[in-house]
Design a protein around this ligand. Sequence first.
Ligand SMILES: Nc1ncnc2c1ncn2[C@@H]1O[C@H](COP(=O)(O)OP(=O)(O)OP(=O)(O)O)[C@@H](O)[C@H]1O
Length: 259
Amino acid sequence: MAESVSGAAGTPEPVLSVQNVSYWYGAKQALDDVSFDVYPGRVTALLGPNGAGKSTLFSLITRLFDAPTGRIEIDGKAAAEWGFKILAPLGVVFQQPTLDLDLTVRQNLRYFASLRGLGRKEADTRMEKALASLDMAERIGEKVRALNGGHRRRVEIARSLLHSPKLLLLDEPTIGLDDPTRDAIVRHIHKLAATDNIGVLWATHLFDEVESEDALVVINKGRVVARGDVAGIEKETGSTSLAEAFRRLTGDRVEEVAV
Ligand SMILES: Nc1ncnc2c1ncn2[C@@H]1O[C@H](COP(=O)(O)OP(=O)(O)OP(=O)(O)O)[C@@H](O)[C@H]1O
């Protein structure tokens, strides 16, 4: 299998590098020798069915869990080198919403900004910009409880961007959203990756959220079963669509694919 999702001359350094990571919950192995890189300015889709190990991987990258084997580097440095600043380069949107429903959008974002050490003036400027880019500027004074699911997700995405992260981690961010809202979020994140040069790791089990220009890591039962670009993976699996490739790769007879 190729060693990285890209490899062309002039490729920038990865903003996230996951190298030979395995993880066990007691006797149950959740990840088995997982390796891949995420590059700035591009979305890397981490595609896998339920139970594949995507959330476990996110917990390791964000240091909720310690990886007993392998190495994870963010912006060229392992956790020990980052020390207490480990979360500085990371923006995270978890699967479960974490906004305070009884606070306004502004209060939620200000609270998070102060946790990240941003001053009030700078926080307000950044929050207005992030909300405007998500078409949410006029909702800033509303309580989160009054927003629908799609708008709450947009607020969470805006919050994850306040401190200008280099790496954005999204764990199934469109769960429970209708198709138009889902499409809008997918489009926005792709645009954001390119314009702000952010490396995005997007975990999903929905292959239609993957765009043709994305880097792709397919994970199944804790193992990376394909890694590369979408067209290459379709070709290597003898498939005419990503849906077909995904079915082949995550069916009972899983084979490794080098692209
Ligand atoms: N706390 C835990 N204790 C034991 N096994 C666990 C625990 N959490 C997850 N697992 C198992 O580890 C494997 C990977 O789970 P994980 O939640 O990382 O997958 P996932 O791809 O994120 O799936 P989902 O989208 O359903 O959350 C699964 O087999 C799951 O049952």
